[in-house]
Design a protein around this ligand. Structure first.
Ligand code: THU
Length: 160
């Protein structure tokens, strides 16, 4: 037997104001999307903005449902729309902002496990990494160079 060690590096920005200009704008798009999320049940609103290699920005937010499991996270709403509308485009960057109506979200909120798996599919499909920036409502923003940092033992189509 052996032990293996997997290390990941992340950049932590103190606030949205520290982000490079183009990422700051992308995060503002995510925040705008977050503000119109449909989350009447959890009161937890998430917004996502994607920058594609064709220059388009695609946004999404969480869409909840009275039948709870029928709802969908912001990240998947956005990437599935991007995948359907621009099937040939690569996703370069993803910005995510999350905010709760029950408490102040001042720590970075990462994408959930299911969304990590879904984002991974697009890294495999496009054969290039996707930069991911995530934050709460205020405070620090974490940057990951690739989804792989967030889900090291990802399940991929190569094994099917
Ligand atoms: N949610 C997202 O939109 N993205 C995530 O990565 C985590 C959770 C949504 C789903 C649900 O509408 C609400 O946040 C509470 O879980």
């Amino acid at each position: 037997m052996k032990e293996i060690k997997i290390e990941s590096n992340f950049i932590v920005y103190n606030s949205i104001n520290e982000l490079p200009g183009n990422i700051k704008s992308l995060m503002h798009e995510a925040i705008d999307a977050r503000k119109v999320a449909y989350a009447p049940y959890s009161k937890f609103e998430v917004g996502t903005a994607l920058l594609l290699d064709n220059g388009e920005i695609v946004t999404g937010n969480n869409q909840e449902n009275a039948s709870y499991p029928s709802g969908l996270c912001a990240e998947r709403t956005a990437i599935y729309y991007a995948g359907s509308k621009y099937p040939e485009a690569k996703i370069l960057k993803i910005a995510i902002s999350a905010s709760s109506k029950n408490q102040e979200t001042s720590t970075p909120i990462p994408p959930c496990g299911a969304c990590r798996q879904a984002i991974s599919e697009y890294e495999v499909k496009q054969d290039s990494p996707i930069e991911i920036y995530f934050m709460g409502k205020v405070g620090e923003v974490i940057k990951s160079d690739s989804l792989v940092n967030l889900l090291p033992f990802v399940f991929k189509k190569a094994v099917l």
